[in-house]
Design a protein around this ligand. Sequence first.
Ligand SMILES: *Cc1c(COP(=O)(O)O)cnc(C)c1O
Length: 398
Amino acid sequence: MNASEFRRRGKEMVDYMANYMEGIEGRQVYPDVEPGYLRPLIPAAAPQEPDTFEDIINDVEKIIMPGVTHWHSPYFFAYFPTASSYPAMLADMLCGAIGCIGFSWAASPACTELETVMMDWLGKMLELPKAFLNEKAGEGGGVIQGSASEATLVALLAARTKVIHRLQAASPELTQAAIMEKLVAYSSDQMVATLGTTTCCSFDNLLEVGPICNKEDIWLHVDAAYAGSAFICPEFRHLLNGVEFADSFNFNPHKWLLVNFDCSAMWVKKRTDLTGAFRLDPTYLKHSHQDSGLITDYRHWQIPLGRRFRSLKMWFVFRMYGVKGLQAYIRKGSNKVNEALLQRINSAKKIHLVPCHLRDKFVLRFAICSRTVESAHVQRAWEHIKELAADVLRAERE
Ligand SMILES: *Cc1c(COP(=O)(O)O)cnc(C)c1O
C-alpha cells in the first residue's frame, strides 16, 4: 500500500467506523458464536501472496463482526463502561502514524512532555493535592499506565523497594531476601484501598485508612479505576477526600472519560519512589539531558520499556469537550430531561408518580403504595417508564 492508496483506504475506513458507530444499536450486542468459531473461517496459515484490502475489509464484516461483543452498544450493560469518542479515535490514528516509542525524553520529547502536562491538566480537573502534580518541578507527577492493574502493581513494587531501602539504611546487615519474607501488604476482600470497587462500587473511607497508613509509614495506594472520572464534577469531588494521605493514586480515563483504551492515569507524590524501583540505564538509552533534573524518562515509571504516545488522546478529548463538556458527560442528562419524562408519564395516565427535589436534582419518586401491588405491576410500570424515557431521549437527540 502506498501513500495514495492509504489516503483512499483511510477515508473508507473512517466511513466504515462512523457507520459502525451510527448503526451499532441495530447490531446484536452479544454474538451468536461458539468457542472456536473463527478458525474454520480463515486459512490455517498466513497467505504466501498478498491479499487485497477489499478482501480484508469484506472479511471484517463476514468473520470478525459476527464474533464481536459490542461494548459501545446502548444495550451493553456488562462489566464496566469503556470509553470511546471520535476525538480519541482520531488521536489514536495520529499516534499510529507518529509511531514513536517514548521510553525517554530524548526518544520523543513531545511524547513525554505532553504526557506530563496532560497529567497535570487532569490532576487539576480532579483537584488533586498539589503534591501529586508535576508543575513547577515538584516532587510528584503523573504517568499514563496501560491499566489499573499495572498501576497497582507498579505501586506495590515501588512500596516494596522503598521499605527495603529504608530498612537496609537502618540495618545494613539485613539482606533483601530477609526483609522480603517479612513484608506484609494489607488489603480488603476487594483489593487495595478502592474508591468504587468493581463488584458493587463501594468506597473505602480514606479519611480513616489514610492517617493510620501515614502514622505507621505504610504506602497507601488508592484505586479509583472506574469511579474516578466522576471526581471532575465538584458535586462528586468530596468522594476523593483523603487522597491527600495517599502515596499513589490511579483511575482510568479509558473507562468513563471518553479516552479510548488504554489510558490509566497514575500519580505519585514522590516520583523518586518509582524511579528508585524501576531505574534502568544501559548506555544505549542514556542521553545528554537525563541528569539535568529537568526532564522525565517515563521508562523509570513503569514495567515495560516501550510506550505509545497516549497523551495525544487526552489532549484531543480534553480540548474538544472542554472541562464543562466532560462534566456534562459524567452528569448525563439534566433536570430538564427528568421533568419532560415525568410530564410524559403523567399525561399517559397509565401510572402515576410525583417528583421531589433532592438538593438541586429533580427526582422522580417511585413509591410502592397500594396493598394490592404485585411485582408484575412494578415490572409493567418499569417497562412503561423505559419506553417513555426512550421517547424523551430520542426527542432530545432530534
Ligand atoms: C476496572 C477496574 C480495575 C481493572 O482495570 P484495568 O485497567 O483493566 O486493569 C481495577 N480496579 C477497579 C476498581 C476497577 O473498576
